[in-house]
Unconditional design. Structure first.
Length: 169
């Protein structure tokens, strides 16, 4: 059986050489440094430019079907997220914790489940990394922002994203 490890290294080298943010491989845990890079606000944007807020969509923070319980892999990834959000560069920064679901179940049920997932993640980060809860804004998106629209019931849709909301006022 052929390994794809060399392919991952080559793609990672290409990403670094052309200046794109690193990408998390499905099932891999993204490092705190890579998370921090993606959450840094864009530099040099003028006041008239409308830019998307810096964010990271973490496929490795997953949930079992019909659950807001963290998997072991999710805990590993959240440990890296906690390290990133604890960095001095983000000392006074607020973050949205966006919970997502697949489209199995009713819209109202998925909305509630996504809110519970976001709350679980925010609570984990606050408890394990001493992050003030007022810096973490849990939001549930339900099934409204599917990652894989071709396979809306796929586990890849049950995930969390972190969005940099800027400095606390």
């Amino acid at each position: 059986m052929r390994s794809n490890k060399g392919l991952k290294i080559s793609v990672a080298a290409l990403v670094v050489s052309i200046g794109l943010p690193s990408l998390a491989w499905a099932g891999d845990v993204m490092s705190a440094e890579d998370i921090a890079m993606q959450l840094m606000p864009s530099r040099g944007i003028s006041a008239t430019t409308t830019a998307e807020p810096a964010s990271v969509d973490l496929s490795s923070i997953t949930f079992e079907f019909n659950s807001a319980d963290l998997t072991e892999q999710a805990r590993q990834q959240l440990n890296e997220v906690g390290k990133a959000l604890s960095m001095s560069a983000f000392k006074d920064t607020r973050f949205m914790i966006g919970g997502h679901t697949d489209n199995v179940g009713s819209q109202s049920y998925n909305q509630s489940l996504s809110e519970r997932r976001a709350e679980t993640v925010a609570q984990y980060l606050a408890t394990n990394f001493n992050l003030p809860v007022q810096r973490l804004q849990p939001v549930g998106w339900g099934e409204s922002k599917l990652k894989d629209r071709v396979a809306p019931d796929d586990a890849a849709n049950r995930r969390v994203e972190i969005v940099n909301l800027g400095k606390a006022q």
